[in-house]
Design a binder for this molecule. Structure first.
Ligand code: OAD
Length: 243
């Protein structure tokens, strides 16, 4: 049902356990393009067509060009009011977890610590052959090589069709089986397994809330929905963060 901010704010009691799932919409106001729609186009390519292992196998230089473009773009972005409000929410609610599908690192930059980056990070690179992995914020060459074995490096993100990092799904499921309030923020709810999190939480008794710029396929399945910019709605819910 359509809610007002006060109704949802009242749910965010420090005695409750709160899990928040975020997607690209929380970073839109920081200038990071979302994945779908016109925004998701890079040159003539859809982001979804490049974030895939088969695309990387076929045209690694093109996929690396896309990721190097995204890294440069995101390096110039700052956390926005939605990121800052979620970091403040974590400080107010002892039993809190933030699960993000975003790879831009902006939640961590905003101060979120109880954070799971379920699709990895733009700032991680790893070898396609050996176990080498590292954080790297530098400008990378068009086809970066592993310093250990010389093979090609790849972005440390989860691509379509790839499994999540071991343990991430287990942690998320365990948390969602025991949560009082579940917020889904700035995600189209089209990509599994994150798209099922609200249902899992609801099946285990949680109140579920969608905060998104527009209705999504999940809207009708949520207890409450608030539609508008996350950077306006979230600060209104967290004392001391509205401008
Ligand atoms: P999408 O681009 O699919 O959806 C972003 C959602 O945010 C849309 O529903 C927008 O309406 C909404 N939105 C845009 N601006 C907003 C704002 N200011 N405030 C609130 N909402 C806003 O992105 P995700 O749902 O994050 O995965 O996509 C999920 C996954 O699909 C991504 O992590 C990525 C992807 O392709 C992989 O790469 C594996």
């Amino acid at each position: 049902m359509q809610a007002n901010i006060e109704m949802v704010k009242a749910l965010l009691d420090p005695g409750r356990k709160v899990v928040v799932l975020t997607g690209a919409g929380v970073s839109a106001e920081s200038g990071v393009p979302t994945f779908r729609g016109q925004d998701g186009l890079w040159k003539t390519h859809r982001a979804e067509d490049l974030a895939r292992p088969d695309a990387f196998a076929a045209r690694p230089e093109l996929v690396w060009e896309f990721y190097n473009w995204r890294r440069t773009l995101v390096a110039g972005c700052e956390p926005g009011p939605a990121h800052l409000a979620l970091a403040a929410m974590e400080r107010l609610i002892p039993n809190f977890l933030l699960i993000t599908q975003n790879v831009d690192g902006l939640h961590g930059q905003a101060g979120s610590r109880k954070l799971v980056e379920m699709h990895g990070s733009l700032w991680q690179v790893r070898c396609t052959v050996c176990t080498h992995a590292r954080e790297d914020r530098s400008a990378l060459p068009p086809l970066p090589e592993c310093p250990v074995c010389g093979h090609l490096l790849r972005p440390g993100v989860v691509w379509f069709g790839e499994p999540l990092t071991p343990g991430v799904l287990r942690l998320a499921v365990a948390q969602l089986r025991d949560v009082d309030v579940f917020l889904s923020v700035g995600t189209s709810g089209l990509v599994q397994p994150a798209a099922s999190f609200h249902q899992l939480a609801r099946d285990h008794g949680a109140v579920t809330v969608e905060i998104n710029a527009e209705p999504t396929p999940s809207t009708g399945l949520m207890d409450f929905a608030l539609h508008g910019p996350a950077g306006v709605i979230l600060p209104e819910m967290v004392p001391g963060t509205a401008s």
